[in-house]
Design a binder for this molecule. Structure first.
Ligand code: 26Y
Length: 789
């Protein structure tokens, strides 16, 4: 490996060892590891072709990948060898690992789920391809200036991306606009603009390198090369006009994960990568088939939310307009290939495109959508409409065009059936299925928590990484004081690692003996970071008034970004930072309470925070969080959850046992009931002197003395509206936090509870999730024998 690294340094990077920078060493190491994926990758492709295996195509606008060096090295079993080789070359392996940019081609849960699925598909040996967009700029970088979020462009591609292969020969034209020509019952679309989609492939090799799939991300380039004639005429703008669209399409990831803004460019992004992906999978299909009617036996196309929902009409367009199928047959054939995963019930996150906009960008697709709608209405009169009030409802479109629709946790799937898609569910009662989300144990235990994973491997062997339910064997150790001590020593190691990092990066001294209480996720009202900071203020008040009362010392840790246009979320960020500035400087509580909010939360930061957490905050308003996946990562790493009965929390609690989970708050049903009471928020606040005091302090400017009115809007909204019922759950949240305080004082019992969590959440492996999709939706099989049984 040492020689290979040196060879890459010389021949791929053009540097000799004496002049190489960290970047060069890291690239040389990455390329060396990439080489070692090739045999398995080629062999997997060959096996898939030889067996004419059915493939999964996972279409996702987002793949939130993070760093790859450690992930690849671990999957290939090369960590020790790589570390030694780098050391012998006089370099620090950990510094090289940290030099890699965090690939943030996603907003949050949905994008990270896609990345976990890619790891599991490869580990299980399921022939699959992930399709997405190669954004030039991933999710913005967050900074705080005077406590306020500011956004800076993310620039991961300013360096070479070590893991990808550019495939200029894999290029397709993607058209936009123009008109449709109808002649003798045939339709032909003549686009007005065209860009070229070019593939960039990243190999994804699973655990122990037994199988490799491809993540194929599309980049756009102009169809017409730069116009020399215009240039020579001196018309420099005209010379590069066709470049403009191509450059903008892949320029940047949209940073909103809940409020759909209906921007034309986003629609173009969606069609761009969907159309290229469909063309690509059809080209592959025709290398060993000649009858398009066999497509459902060869391709399972999964839509990660509605973002690629235009795949339905696009496939129908190709089947009907290019292959001459009747519209009804084309729709039926497309449906047999397609599955749709719903990730949200929030009405503002459901995609709806104005009909005029969709018709202008994709005129033929709008006609086809009308045909799909007509077919649906003819067969099921009164069916919910795709087209209504001048909008195209992408949820209804995806539902009607998919043979299976799935929710992402048991509760969420029930709510999908009873709320957003209630009418469609009555018409198609077997279409909706549940696939509870999961996480890859390779990154989220083996990779991020060497202290704990080393201990587990010494105790039960290493099989757990590909068969996470083996962790169940640890349940017998909850009564073993020696093992519990070792378990808590691993946690302590991770807490010290985090404490040092917080000191270096935030300049805040925190005590590894305190309870580390962590809430990391996008900032959103329904996730209720506001309730967390209000509880923190209440706790501070009581600690300050009576510092000798035997408090459990706490470190409250926050992490997360707000969508740039989401004003309330940005106010919540500022409030947290304002409160931190006051609390962290109170000499009375300095050994009892600290608030830490490091900027720019991302996958890499999660890998540092999760293993060090004692308490996991999963406190969304019941019925709002479709699943959550951070909740699973924390439990796996031995944190206890304080949470509501929302999303996958429900199932996590069932697995770990009610006695090992701090439950509080209204249920989803109670939330709906409570909302029907006029003035429910005011009534709840009036019954809670504790909350009244906190709100009064904020409103009086206790945390913003320079601008006392800064939070009048935020506080007023709690009294008068409080759509997410912070007021109604506040007291029960506070009391439950005090129960957690008490439990933490008895470290031996806490350790047993924490271990029960780690031991009981093997079911939340994304390997289990993918087996479910393979069986219930895709009808695909592992190409590595014995993996799916
Ligand atoms: C249309 C646009 C505004 C949009 C862009 C991104 C809408 C939604 C999203 C992303 C949504 C998302 O990340 N949803 C989360 O998906 C996770 C994986 O299923 C769930 O665990 C989590 O509860 C859900 O909020």
């Amino acid at each position: 490996m040492k020689d290979d690294i040196l060879a890459h340094l010389r021949y791929s990077l053009g540097k000799d060892a004496g002049h190489a920078a960290i970047y060069d060493w890291r690239m040389a190491l990455s390329l060396t590891l990439r080489d070692r994926m090739m045999d398995s990758w080629f062999q997997s492709t060959k096996t898939s072709y030889d067996r004419h295996a059915k493939r999964v195509y996972y279409l996702s606008m987002e793949f939130l990948i993070g760093r790859l060096v450690e992930d690849v090295a671990a999957n290939l079993g090369l960590v020790e060898e790589a570390r030694a080789a780098v050391a012998e070359l006089g370099q620090d392996y950990d510094l090289l690992v940290k030099d890699e940019p965090d690939a943030a081609l996603g907003n949050g849960g949905l994008g990270r789920l896609a990345a976990c699925f890619m790891d599991s598909l490869a580990t299980l040996g399921i022939p699959a391809m992930g399709y997405g967009i190669r954004y030039e700029h991933g999710l913005f970088e967050q900074d705080f200036v005077e406590g306020q979020q500011i956004e800076k462009p993310e620039t991961w591609l300013q360096q070479r991306h070590a893991w990808e292969f550019e495939r200029p020969e894999v290029s397709y034209k993607v058209g936009f606009g123009g008109h449709v020509h109808h002649h003798e019952g045939k339709a032909q679309w003549h686009p007005h603009e065209t860009v070229i989609a070019t593939a960039f492939d990243t190999p994804v090799v699973g655990w122990q390198g037994r199988w490799g799939n491809t993540l194929r991300l599309w980049s756009a380039r102009p169809q017409k090369e730069f116009d020399l004639a215009s240039f020579n005429r001196g018309d420099y703008l005209a010379a590069s006009r066709s470049e403009a669209l191509a450059r903008t399409i892949c320029r940047v990831l949209y940073p909103d994960d809940t409020t759909e803004s209906g921007k034309e460019l986003r629609l173009k992004q969606e069609y761009f990568f969907t159309a290229a992906s469909i063309k690509d999978l059809l080209r592959r299909f025709f290398t060993d088939h000649d009858d398009i009617r066999q497509l459902p036996d060869a391709a399972a196309i999964q839509l990660n939310d509605t973002h690629p929902a235009i795949a339905g009409p696009e496939l129908v367009r190709i089947l009907a307009d290019e292959h001459g199928l009747e519209m009804a047959e084309a729709i039926d054939l497309a449906r047999r290939c397609l599955g749709y995963t719903n990730h949200t019930l929030l009405p503002e996150a459901l995609e709806r495109w104005p009909e005029w906009l969709l018709g202008r960008v994709l005129p033929r697709h709008l006609e086809i959508i009308r045909a799909i709608e007509a077919g649906q209405q003819a067969q099921y009169p009164g069916s919910p409409r795709i087209l209504d009030h001048g909008n195209v409802n992408m949820g209804e479109l995806a539902f009607i065009m998919a043979h299976k629709v799935n929710g992402v946790s048991a509760l969420h799937t029930d709510l999908v059936k009873s709320t957003v898609f209630a009418d469609l569910h009555r018409i198609h009662p077997t279409r909706i299925v549940n696939q509870t989300n999961g996480i890859t144990p390779r990154r989220w235990l083996h990779g991020c928590n060497p202290a704990l994973s080393g201990l587990i491997t010494r105790e039960i062997g290493e099989g757990w990484a590909a068969d996470l339910e083996q962790l169940g064997a640890l349940r017998t150790r909850t009564g073993d004081p020696d093992f519990l001590r070792a378990f808590m020593a691993a946690k302590r190691t991770n807490k010290e690692r985090l404490s040092n990092w917080v000191q270096d990066h935030c300049g805040i001294a925190i005590d590894p003996d305190a309870m580390f209480d962590v809430q990391i996720k996008r900032i959103h009202e329904y996730k209720r970071q506001l309730m967390n900071i209000l509880e923190t203020i209440a706790l501070w008040n009581e600690m300050h008034a009576n510092p000798q009362a035997g408090w459990t010392p706490r470190v409250k840790i926050f992490g997360g970004k707000a969508a740039p246009g989401y004003h309330v979320a940005k106010e919540i960020i500022r409030l947290i930072n304002d409160v931190a500035a006051v609390v962290n400087n109170d000499p009375v509580t300095k050994d009892l309470l600290k608030i830490v909010y490091p900027p720019n939360y991302n996958v890499t930061m999660a890998e540092l925070l999760i293993p060090a957490a004692d308490l996991s905050e999963q406190i969304s308003t019941a019925g709002k969080e479709a699943s959550g996946t951070g909740n699973m990562k924390f439990a796996l790493n031995g944190a206890l959850t304080i949470g509501t009965l929302d999303g996958a929390n429900v199932e996590i609690r069932e697995h770990v046992g009610a006695e090992n989970f701090f439950l509080f708050g209204l249920t989803a049903e109670e939330v709906i009931e409570r909302r029907s009471h006029h003035g429910y928020a005011r009534a709840a606040i009036e019954q809670s002197p504790r909350m009244q005091k906190v709100l009064a302090q904020i409103a009086e400017g206790r945390f913003s003395p320079q601008e006392p009115g800064r939070y009048h809007g935020l506080v007023g909204n709690l009294w008068d509206h409080d759509h997410f019922l912070v007021s109604c759950d506040f007291d029960s949240y506070f009391d439950t936090q005090r129960r957690a305080d008490e439990a933490f004082k008895h470290q031996a019992t806490w350790a047993a509870m924490a271990l029960s969590n780690t031991a009981s959440v093997g079911w939340f492996s994304s390997d289990r999730t993918i087996r479910g999709y393979a069986r219930d939706i895709w009808n695909v099989h592992s190409a590595i024998d014995g993996q799916l049984e």
